[in-house]
Design a protein around this ligand. Structure first.
Ligand SMILES: NC(=O)c1ccc[n+]([C@@H]2O[C@H](COP(=O)([O-])OP(=O)(O)OC[C@H]3O[C@@H](n4cnc5c(N)ncnc54)[C@H](O)[C@@H]3O)[C@@H](O)[C@H]2O)c1
Length: 264
C-alpha cells in the first residue's frame, strides 16, 4: 500500500477507548484498532472478559478498566484517567449495550430502565465525556447503533428505540462538537454472531438451542443480498475507517455494515 494511504488509515500514536470491549464487537474493535497502531483502553463491566480481550490484543497494546457505562461519574473518571495517563484521547467507541427481547405489553419497568440506562444514557455519558476531553485537540467518537433502529422488529421495541435515539444523539453531537474538530458518527450493524444475540436461544438447561439459532441466522442471511450475516470483524473494520483520518470529512453519519440487509 502507498505510504500516504497507509498514513490515512493508521492509528499509530493514537489513544482509543472502546467500551463494551469484554465481548463481541467491542472486543474485535479493540483488536483491530491496536492492529492499526493505537494504544487501546478497554472498558466494560466484565473484568474477566476484559482480561481475555487484553490477552487477544497483539503486542499487549491494551489496558483494561472496569466501568459501568450507566454510571456518569465512572464514565467521566474513565476519560480523565486516560488523559492523565496518556496525555491525549483520540478515539472513543461506545460499543457497550444490552438487548432484551420482550413484547411491549410485557416489558417490566426495571428492564426498561436498565436498557435506557446502558444503551441510551451510557452512550450519552460516553459522548459527553469524550467530547469534553477531545475539545482540546479534536478526535473521533463512534456510537454503536443497530439495524434495529431502522427496521424496528417486533419484540425489541425498547432496544430499537434506544438505537434510534443513538442515531439522533450522533447528529446532535456532530453539530455541537464539529467546531472543535471532533467528529461523531454511528455504526449500525446488522445481525452479528455474538453472545448478545445468542442469549435468547439458551435453553432452561443452559445450552444453546442450535436449531432455533440456525433458523434465525438463515432468515437474517436471506435478508442480505450477499446471503450472509456479519462477523465482529466486519464491524470492527468499519470502526477503523471512522476512527482514522481516512474518514476525516465524515461526521454526523450512520454507517450501516449489514450486507445490504437494510437500505433505509
Ligand atoms: N450482535 C449484533 O447482532 C448487533 C447488531 C446491532 C448492534 N449491536 C450492538 O453492538 C454493540 C456490541 O454488542 P455485541 O453484539 O458485541 O454484544 P456482547 O454482548 O457480545 O457485548 C456487549 C458488551 O457490553 C458490555 N456491557 C453491558 N452493559 C454494560 C455497562 N453498563 N457498562 C459497560 N459495559 C457493559 C457487556 O459486558 C459486553 O461485554 C451493542 O451496542 C449492540 O447493541 C449488536
Amino acid at each position: 500500500m502507498h505510504e500516504e494511504l497507509s498514513r490515512d488509515f493508521s492509528l499509530e500514536g493514537r489513544i482509543a477507548v472502546v467500551t463494551g470491549a469484554a465481548s463481541g464487537i467491542g472486543r474485535e474493535t479493540a483488536r483491530v484498532l491496536a492492529q492499526a497502531g493505537a494504544r487501546v483502553v478497554v472498558a466494560d463491566l466484565d473484568a474477566q472478559g476484559l482480561a481475555e480481550t487484553v490477552a487477544l490484543v497483539v503486542g499487549g497494546q491494551a489496558q483494561a478498566r472496569v466501568t459501568d457505562m450507566a454510571d456518569r461519574a465512572a464514565v467521566d473518571a474513565l476519560a480523565d484517567a486516560v488523559v492523565a495517563e496518556f496525555g491525549r484521547l483520540d478515539v472513543w467507541i461506545n460499543a457497550a449495550g444490552i438487548l432484551k427481547n420482550t413484547p411491549i405489553l410485557e416489558v417490566a419497568e426495571p428492564d426498561l430502565d436498565r436498557l435506557l440506562a446502558v444503551n441510551l444514557k451510557g452512550v450519552f455519558f460516553g459522548c459527553a465525556a469524550a467530547g469534553r476531553v477531545m475539545r482540546e485537540r479534536g478526535g473521533s467518537i463512534i456510537n454503536v447503533s443497530s439495524a434495529g433502529a431502522d427496521t424496528t422488529p417486533p419484540g425489541v421495541s425498547v432496544y430499537a428505540m434506544t438505537k434510534a435515539a443513538v442515531n439522533s444523539l450522533t447528529r446532535s453531537a456532530a453539530k455541537e462538537f464539529g467546531p472543535f474538530q471532533v467528529r461523531v458518527n454511528a455504526v449500525a450493524p446488522g445481525w452479528i454472531d455474538t453472545p448478545m444475540v445468542t442469549y435468547r436461544f439458551r435453553t432452561a438447561a443452559g445450552e444453546i438451542d442450535a436449531a432455533a439459532r440456525e433458523a434465525v441466522v438463515r432468515q437474517c442471511a436471506q435478508a442480505s443480498p450477499m446471503g450472509r450475516t456479519g462477523t465482529p470483524r466486519d464491524i470492527a473494520l468499519a470502526m477503523l475507517y471512522l476512527a482514522s483520518d481516512a474518514s476525516r470529512f465524515v461526521t454526523g453519519q450512520v454507517l450501516r455494515p449489514n450486507g445490504g440487509a437494510v437500505m433505509p
